[in-house]
Design a protein around this ligand. Structure first.
Ligand SMILES: C[S@@+](CC[C@H](N)C(=O)[O-])C[C@H]1O[C@@H](n2cnc3c(N)ncnc32)[C@H](O)[C@@H]1O
Length: 213
């Protein structure tokens, strides 16, 4: 695929994901905000180019209203599973699935993603934008999600707070994994929680691809 073609298929995916509705009543302790369509399309597109979507099961841990799961489903893997602990966004995710008309059906599962809720036999790619652990008492939340990726995935893509590189590299190293790709991404978070003072604020993140086996 040429760079021009790759850019246009990524843009088309972002347009298809633009209809995905976000959280109706976001819960701050669960860090409920959705990944912008451009970033979700970028993550899915890179994973597709890496051969991490076709003929695979894609699992979105902490799927919220389904942005990453649906992005993957639009690329037609064997199976897609979205896992979230909160039933409210899962119900929105089901409506979103009807809106995007994806090539692969998604199984929406209510479960704690930090307790390895699945043990699939097929090769698994995890895509996730987990809670960063920004809330007090929730520190290290992304570590628990990475631990699930170690248990169930051959390869994972995860979004973390900027400045997480040393932590992610050493976690992967300790678990016998390897960070093969990393890129920075900035996105605007609209004001949605009481503790947010501005109308929107920009957050700096880093995305990592890790091979686990
Ligand atoms: C930052 S949001 C990302 C939502 C969605 N993946 C996206 O990219 O738009 C984090 C999500 O993780 C979910 N979550 C938090 N703790 C969880 C847990 N222990 N198990 C499953 N989901 C959890 C939240 O409900 C929320 O939907």
């Amino acid at each position: 695929m040429t760079e021009g073609n790759a850019g246009s298929t990524r843009r088309r995916l972002a347009q298809e994901l633009a209809v995905v509705a976000g959280f109706e009543d976001p819960r701050a302790p669960l860090e409920q905000y959705h990944t912008p369509p451009d970033l979700a399309a970028h993550i899915v597109h890179v994973s597709d180019l890496q051969g991490d979507v076709e003929d695979r099961t894609v699992v979105d841990l902490g799927c919220g209203t389904g942005m990453l799961a649906l992005g993957a489903a639009l690329r037609g893997p064997d199976r897609v599973v979205g896992v979230d602990v909160d039933p409210a966004p899962l119900s929105t995710a089901r409506e979103n699935e009807r809106r995007v008309a994806a090539r692969t059906d998604v199984s929406w599962v209510r479960a704690d993603a930090t307790r390895a809720p699945l043990c699939p036999d097929d090769p698994v790619t995890v895509l996730m934008n987990p809670p960063f652990g920004a809330q007090s008492g929730n520190e290290g939340a992304d570590r628990a999600f990475l631990e699930t990726a170690v248990d169930i995935a051959d390869v994972s893509y995860s979004v973390h707070n900027a400045g997480s590189e040393a932590f992610v590299e050493s976690f992967a190293d300790d678990e016998g994994g390897e960070v093969t790709h990393a890129f920075a991404a900035e996105f605007d978070l609209p004001r949605q929680f009481d503790h947010h003072e501005d109308e929107s604020r920009s957050i700096d993140t880093e995305v990592f691809r890790i091979e686990w086996r």
